[in-house]
Ligand binder design. Structure first.
Ligand code: NAD
Length: 416
């Protein structure tokens, strides 16, 4: 398509403006003429009104045409994209990211786009958002497909990062059957695709496969302690089946699988309603609200910054290691500590309060990352202070963008 410079567009905009103004002036004159003419003839009031209405209709239809013309011209202004690396056709891969419009997926999209690959995102936008990847829309290396992976997908790719699944408790508990379908039928569809096109596939599993662990920290050899009928089971068991399916396909159909057991991750583009401690505490602190801790606050969590996770996922895909690998930050904090750190970082006057604990809430979570260190040469690099600051800045902007005020607060969801 011919490209038009922004200067030309401005000139055309001016032209449109002048045309409309001219049109209105002519209309004004002609309506005066109508009036004068009316006065001198027997044209009755009804005819007079009809003539006016017709003239107005003509103007609004002409305006609509001009609006469409203007929008078409605007669409032809070349969009500026971030600079990417140039790869030759032997190095450049076609990479599918399911769930690529979500929090983690969109950061992975950025990384692979910057590296110069062709990236295809498939997402049903349940928790993902177009604006997480909008800066790539229209780029020749990028494609966004609205599709639910519970339905089969036919596409030619070299690698697949399979991330599609709601990840936070309020989201995956909202429709437990759909969560199970996404992680079972959806995973079968993705593994089937990998088999058909001989693609290497990385499955985003989770630390939740360990349930409420009775050994600490959790190595990959630990089989877990999961309640199969509890409120989190749709996700925990769904991911466990997802892992089982991966190794069954690898064995039976000889496909290359990689399994990442991801621990709690945080960073910009997290969903406002993620419902986990980092986003809840930050949002409460930014709005000068009370910070709510469920239970005693002595339960621990370890959080990794999203770019560290992306480093780990890319390293795992590139590696020859096929057993599950923990990707998480082993630095452990109690929930009470997190509340204090975030409150100190954000400032504000909100108090910290304790409410009743949440059912099946794991008491301790910390990855043993010896495998990732040994086989991927990977360990987290971003400190909690730096990562939290970037996340606070992101949420502060989000709150401003949507005009949240003291009368119009964003109330974070209680973890289900
Ligand atoms: N963020 C974490 O702390 C964390 C921890 C452990 C595991 N994980 C795993 O990492 C992956 C990404 O998590 P996230 O934090 O980015 O979550 P997210 O909710 O932001 O992203 C998930 C994406 O998958 C999409 N999706 C959901 N169901 C789908 C379906 N049926 N078809 C197509 N798209 C669908 C959503 O719209 C969303 O864009 C998930 O598989 C999650 O289980 C994340």
């Amino acid at each position: 398509m011919t490209q038009i410079s922004p200067r030309k567009i401005r000139q055309l905009g001016l032209f449109v403006f002048l045309s409309v103004t001219g049109f209105l002036v002519i209309y004004k004159f002609s309506s005066n003429e109508f009036t004068n003419y009316d006065e001198g003839t027997d044209l009755d009031a009804e005819q007079h009104e009809a003539a006016h209405a017709k003239a107005l209709d003509d103007i609004s239809s002409r305006l609509k045409d001009l609006e469409i013309e203007f929008a078409n011209l605007e669409a032809r202004v070349p969009k500026k994209y971030p600079q990417i690396k140039s790869l030759n056709y032997l190095e450049r891969k076609r990479i599918l990211i399911t769930g690529g419009a979500g929090f983690v997926g969109s950061h992975l999209v950025d990384r692979l786009m910057f590296q110069g690959h062709e990236v295809i995102v498939v997402d049903n936008f349940f928790t993902g958002r177009k604006r997480n990847v909008e800066h790539w829309i229209g780029h020749k290396n990028f494609e966004l497909i609205h599709h639910d992976i519970v339905n089969p997908l036919f596409i030619e790719v070299d690698q697949i990062y399979h991330l599609a699944s709601p990840a936070s408790p309020p989201h995956y508990m909202l429709n437990p059957v759909k969560t199970i379908k996404t992680n079972t039928i959806g995973t079968i569809n993705i593994l089937g695709l990998a088999r058909r096109v001989h693609a290497k596939v990385l499955i985003a599993s989770t630390s939740e496969v360990y349930g409420d662990p009775d050994i600490h920290p959790q190595p990959e050899t630990y089989w877990g302690h999961v309640n199969p009928i509890g409120p989190r089971a749709c996700y925990d068991e769904g991911k466990r089946v997802s892992e089982t399916l991966s190794y069954a396909y690898a064995k039976e159909h000889n496909i290359e699988v990689r399994v990442a057991r991801i621990f709690n991750t945080y960073g910009p583009r997290m969903h406002m309603n993620d419902g986990r401690v980092v986003s809840n505490f930050i949002l409460q602190a930014l709005q000068n609200d009370v910070i709510t801790i469920y239970g005693s606050g002595k339960q621990t969590r370890s959080f990794q910054y999203v770019t560290d996770l992306v480093d780990g996922l890319v390293a795992l895909m590139a590696s020859n290691y096929s057993l599950p690998i923990n990707l998480g930050n082993p630095v452990e904090h109690t929930i009470n500590e997190f509340a204090t750190i975030i409150k100190d970082l954000v400032g504000g006057s909100g108090k910290i309060i304790h409410l009743a604990e949440v059912e099946d809430d794991p008491q301790r979570r910390r990855p043993d990352i010896s495998r990732a260190k040994k086989y991927l040469n990977w360990e987290p690099q971003v400190s909690l202070a730096v990562g939290l600051q970037r996340t606070v800045d992101y949420f502060r902007k989000e709150l401003k963008k949507f005009n949240y005020s003291s009368n119009n607060k964003f109330i974070p969801e209680r973890p289900a």
